[in-house]
Design a protein around this ligand. Structure first.
Ligand SMILES: Cc1ncc(COP(=O)(O)O)c(C=O)c1O
Length: 296
């Protein structure tokens, strides 16, 4: 990927020069923490969606991993905005990452803490409008095996295994159950179900509590739907008319089939469409509420 500028440890450097030493702790042991953020074209120029919330979660993840980020949240938000301008981009994806530097052995104590931010144009994450998902043979990481509210790179080994499995079986994406057999989340997405005028979703016990999930809960309420968090088992899927994934990368993506079983009519349902279109208006600055979620 050809990236003009990245922000690294306090300054802007060319993408080609931004590299890390081979014995970087986080490369070997999965100890990096990161964020995925999107920015969108609006009438008033590019706007980053929920930038402060993403940077806040980055600081939370860093704290869990014992890292002291040597910048303030405001400094990193400003760096993101300047980076977009320097790269002359109008829409795309932003990847802040905090990682331990050169040190071997599991204990990272004493390793330097590095911060880098890259951004690039990125279209749809999931290739289709309506996707087919496979319930993975791997379960989502047990919530007492880690802190699931932290976005730690090591968690993504679990996500990658399920993705490889799903792709091999010709599905578009994986779906995890949690350790209790409840539907948990996708490898990089949260899940919602719809019945009538109510949207249902798993509680945050064993999942990453997504910022898009939080956004969609607010939008669903704005639109007059009831929102209920509950345990959902695979055998309950047939009770629902619609299902969709949410995530910064995946945005709102309808699920038409889970493990070979058609959900509702197998197409994007009316509630999903309503929420997806409202989300698009929101991130494009065309929705009258939640204006403070956009940083221009
Ligand atoms: C495992 C997992 N669940 C859910 C999400 C959705 O989170 P968000 O909406 O904050 O992007 C992501 C993406 O970051 C993720 O990696």
């Amino acid at each position: 990927m050809n990236i003009k500028f990245v922000w690294m440890n306090g300054g802007f450097v060319s993408g080609a020069k931004a590299s890390v030493p081979l014995l970087t702790h986080s490369l070997h042991y999965g100890s990096a923490v990161f964020e995925g953020i999107r920015f969108y074209e609006t009438k008033n120029g590019p706007a980053v969606f929920r930038l402060e919330d993403h940077i806040k979660r980055l600081f939370y993840s860093a704290k869990v991993m014992g890292m002291n980020i040597p910048y303030s949240q405001k400094e990193l938000c400003d760096a993101v905005l300047t980076l977009i301008v320097k790269n002359k981009l109008t829409s795309g994806y932003i990847r802040p990452i905090v990682f331990y530097g050169s040190k071997m052995g599991l204990d990272p104590t004493g390793a330097d803490v590095n911060v880098a931010i890259a951004c690039w144009p990125w279209g749809k994450y999931l290739a289709k409008e309506v996707i087919k998902v496979k319930i993975s043979k791997y379960i989502r990481i047990h919530p007492e095996s880690s802190d699931m509210g932290a976005k730690i790179s090591g968690h993504y080994a679990n996500s990658i295994l399920s993705t490889l499995e799903a792709k091999k079986a010709k599905y578009d994406e994986a779906l995890f159950l949690d350790y209790k057999g409840n539907i948990a989340e996708g490898p990089g997405e949260n899940i919602f179900f719809v019945k009538g005028n109510t949207v249902y979703l798993p509680s945050t016990n064993a999942i990453l509590s997504g910022i898009t999930r939080n956004t969609v809960m607010a939008l669903a309420r704005d639109l007059g739907y009831e929102v209920i968090e509950k345990d959902i088992k695979p055998r309950d899927i047939k009770k629902y008319n619609e299902a969709f994934f949410t995530g910064t990368a995946a945005e709102i993506t309808a699920i038409g089939n889970i493990d070979g079983e058609i959900v509702g009519i197998g197409k994007e349902g009316v509630v999903t469409k309503n929420i997806r279109e409202t989300y698009q208006r929101l991130v494009s600055g065309e929705y009258p509420r939640h204006k403070n979620w956009l940083s221009y």
